[in-house]
Ligand binder design. Sequence first.
Ligand code: NAD
Ligand code: ZN
Ligand code: ZN
Length: 393
Amino acid sequence: MRAVTWQGRHDMRVTDVPDPRIEEPTDVLVQITSTGLCGSDLHLYDPLTPFMTPGDVVGHEPMGVVTDVGADVTSLRKGDRVVVPFNVSCGECWMCGRGLHSQCETTQNRDQGTGASLFGYSKLYGQVPGGQAEAMRVPFGDTLPIKVPDGPPDDRYLYLSDVLPTAWQGVEYADVPDGGTLLVMGAGPIGDMAARIALYRGHRVIVVDRVSERLDRVAARGAETIDLGSTDDVPEQVRELTDGRGADSVLDAVGMEAHGSPMAEAAQKALGLLPKRVQGAIMTRAGVDRLDALYLAVESVRRGGTVSISGVYGGAADPMPMMQLFDKQLTLRMGQANVRRWSDDILALLERDEDVLGVEDFATHRLPLEDAPMAYATFRDKGDAMVKTVFRP
Ligand code: NAD
Ligand code: ZN
Ligand code: ZN
């Protein structure tokens, strides 16, 4: 079959790979009909290079149709329509039982010191073949895939795989008080969807980014916006909008590749020049992230407020503003989304006639899988007004 494979730094290609097959009696096979391109895939494109192997099948936002089920699978049948969560979680262990699916104890990567495996996401997370492909093997067939109704277009349900639960969890963790203001750093797919969810819940929302088309999209849904390119003092502007106090809650939807962190960017680039074996060792012990967005979040939140981090960070030796965090008495929450913790609640919302979160118009690009190399480069460069790409294999 055809699949998007990682071949090297900035080198994704569509190649022939072996067809997936049932390996465990609890597996199902899914023929992919739609599959998303995510900001997290961009980390594989560059900073997570040390943890990638040429030929790795990437992608973690797929949906499609079940084509085969293992002997022990009872709740799915051939022909069922399913969305596949990005976490590989068993649904039955101690962690999954507590809604912490991204920490699943059945798939935790203890050798790497990381949480649950993720589809298509490097050796750090189990090196599980991903979903930017014509088909995929999905373990835990009875508990992991999300069965969705036939009828509406794929885009109605596709974002249950990642964007929706991630943004949902980010907003939950932000703990916005009644009548409060949520500041969202970043208007990529995650920040955009988080803004939509917070607006839907009745919060006031301010979004910060430097890409004007992205800010226009969230403004059209009712958010206020701050353009990073037109101010050198985001926190001051946020205070002006919030009675001098700062936002009650801030959601960082940017992560490790933030703009405005020249030292860390230089360090990440320098790391890239070292042999790959050494890169991995340095990154897991002394790696640094580009923390600009997180610093802005800490500065812009009011005293006693909450910072919720959805953006992915991977540095083990990040300098954090501990004095400010402590002095301002902040609450910090973060983590990979626990997709199955939230997916039933969100599915109920998606099943309404009215598309309250605007998911059917969320994608800016719908492309054949063969266009993936171009799409990765365009998405990284924020070109062609691209916000969300959905491949149709
Ligand atoms: P994206 O890369 O398109 O979005 C990031 C946005 O942040 C861009 O629009 C960029 O212009 C903006 N930005 C960059 N620097 C900024 C700064 N200093 N201040 C404000 N905005 C800035 O990707 P995305 O798909 O929206 O993903 C966003 C982050 O969420 C990524 O780090 C991704 O890995 C992460 N993510 C996390 C989870 C999870 O489970 N926690 C799931 C999916 C994605
Ligand atoms: Zn994703
Ligand atoms: Zn589990």
